[in-house]
Design a protein around this ligand. Structure first.
Ligand code: AMP
Ligand code: MG
Length: 494
């Protein structure tokens, strides 16, 4: 089909490619042999001011697979380095992704539009540059669930089947994800030029990142330090939200940490069902480095790697630079706990920030240890408990009375606020999702989609994008797998 002339301009700008010479390589995505739109995110497309009707069909399939570019697109593959599982790789980069350009959304925010799975770039090393339908739809589903849960995240604009096969352990249908992000600047982007000793380029990246994400840092006495502080604050708030939801990112390498504070790169991520701090899903995380309970500490570790790249920009005297950076990094713990207290306060239906909140939340976690209780259902069951019915909570526990002492303490704390129980229960239901993308339902939906049936994916997507408000017919999404999916394993999105 010849679409020449039919592709509209998107209104792209190219500040990354223009301001940061040497940070990316112009690269044309591959043409897909038979692109077919699996899904267009119509709401997001409208937010971006795109022509939703024109794009929800063959034209969108051609554009979002990279087969046909808007006339103002200037695709580039971005360079970055990164610590993967603690080991440094000086050369990663977009092996199978291209940035098409930046768009201004209806709210005036600048966002990147990128394609992932659109063919091998010069950064691909041994990779094939492709993505399969399953992992592409997994990223779509997880990102939309997180957005609906109020978590900062990159989002899927479209998923397109390419019509070409991808070889993994077996042959799979290939796909491309069109992804929107506040930016794709990662901790690893800073590491790329810092590791090469190119301080001027790190400074240019810093200026760009400050202007784009943390403009107030430009006014500070030491912008690099204020920037580090702002990134640390954004990560503290992000990881606190993950922890509140039982979200396990799974591959918190420094190249998978966005300096915008958005969740990025949904590879092997999954939601914890039974509460256990050591929960790991990723098949390649054999030591549990990225286990649920390790995530705040890993965020701080990654921020330390970011700080190292900024030292020469913080102070010409290395000793003074290190001392200043250490001050910011030591503030991460308190910032994280302050954010976590806020998350947990809401989950517990408490309205007031009081000194005992953190201890109360920690006491709940201790009491839940070893109970095998489903994380999501436990918090949802606090709503009936606030109304005097502890039954729904007790049935979730190995020892049904294990939480009684804690519940008495919690209700005494609630009583100090004097809110009517109905208001407390409503607040609990508004802060704790009923529906999350549960592992079994996700696997079923992706397997069906891979075999050509998108109906389970659509049904699950509809449920997880209204997480606080389950609808009739969605009951199966509310329950964990009865077998607990023992040994459930996820794989990197390749
Ligand atoms: P990830 O584990 O997805 O964060 O990717 C780590 C690095 O491997 C990045 O540089 C990716 O661009 C690259 N990569 C992952 N999968 C592929 C693939 N199939 N082809 C080429 N590069 C890939
Ligand atoms: Mg990645």
């Amino acid at each position: 089909m010849d679409w020449k002339g039919a592709v509209p301009e998107f209104g792209f700008r190219h500040s990354y490619a223009e301001e940061l010479e040497g940070f990316s390589i112009p690269w044309r995505p591959d043409r897909a042999p038979a692109p077919r739109l699996l899904r267009l995110n119509r709401d997001l497309a409208a937010e971006l001011g795109l022509d939703v009707e024109a794009l929800d069909g063959p034209l969108g399939a051609a554009v979002f697979s990279g087969s046909l570019l808007p006339p103002d697109a200037r695709p580039v593959a971005q360079a970055y380095a990164g610590h993967q599982f603690g080991g440094f790789s000086s050369q990663l980069g977009d092996g199978r992704a291209v940035l098409l350009g930046e768009l201004r959304d209806r709210a005036g925010r600048t966002v990147d539009l990128a394609l992932k799975g659109s063919g091998a770039t010069p950064f691909a090393r041994r990779g094939d540059g492709k993505a399969a339908v399953g992992p592409v739809l997994r990223e779509y589903l997880m990102g939309e669930a997180m957005a609906a849960l109020g978590v900062p995240t990159t989002r899927a604009l479209a998923a397109v089947a390419t019509g070409a096969p991808v070889w993994r352990e077996t042959q799979l249908p290939g796909a491309v994800l069109a992804r929107v992000a506040a930016s794709h600047i990662r901790v690893g982007t800073f590491q790329f030029f810092a590791a090469r000793g190119e301080g001027d380029r790190v400074r240019r990246l810093l200026d760009h990142a400050i202007a784009r994400h943390h403009p107030q840092a430009a006014e500070a006495a030491v912008p690099a330090l204020a920037f580090l502080q702002a990134v640390a604050g954004a990560q503290a708030r992000l990881v606190a939200q993950w922890m509140g939801l039982g979200f396990v990112h799974g591959v918190m390498n420094t190249d998978n940490m966005a300096i915008s504070g958005e969740t990025i790169d949904y590879g092997p991520c999954a939601f914890m069902e039974g509460y256990a701090p050591g929960t790991v899903f990723s098949s390649i995380d054999q030591t549990g480095r990225y286990a649920y309970g390790n995530q705040p500490g890993i965020a701080q570790w990654n921020l330390t790697r970011l700080a190292e790249t900024l030292l020469p920009l913080i102070d010409a005297d290395e000793g003074r630079a290190i001392a200043a950076a250490r001050g910011v990094l030591e503030g991460f713990g308190p910032a994280y706990f302050a954010a976590w207290e806020g998350v947990m306060r809401a989950k517990l239906g408490l309205a007031q920030a009081q000194p005992g909140n953190q201890a109360l939340a920690e006491a709940l976690l201790s009491a839940l240890e070893g109970q095998g209780a489903d994380w999501t259902m436990t918090f949802r069951a606090l709503a009936p408990a606030a109304l005097g019915d502890r039954g729904p909570l007790r049935v979730l526990l190995r020892e049904p009375l294990a939480l009684e002492v804690w519940l008495d303490r919690w209700q005494a704390r609630l009583a100090t606020e004097g809110r009517p129980p109905e208001a407390v229960a409503a607040a609990i239901r508004a802060a704790n999702p009923a529906v999350i993308p549960r592992n079994l339902a996700v696997e079923e939906a992706l397997a069906a989609a891979t075999a050509g049936d998108l109906a389970p994916f659509e049904a699950l997507l509809a449920a997880v994008t209204r997480p606080f408000d389950p609808q009739p017919g969605q009951e199966r999404y509310l329950l964990p797998d009865p077998g607990g999916l023992a040994g459930y394993r996820t794989f990197c999105g390749t």
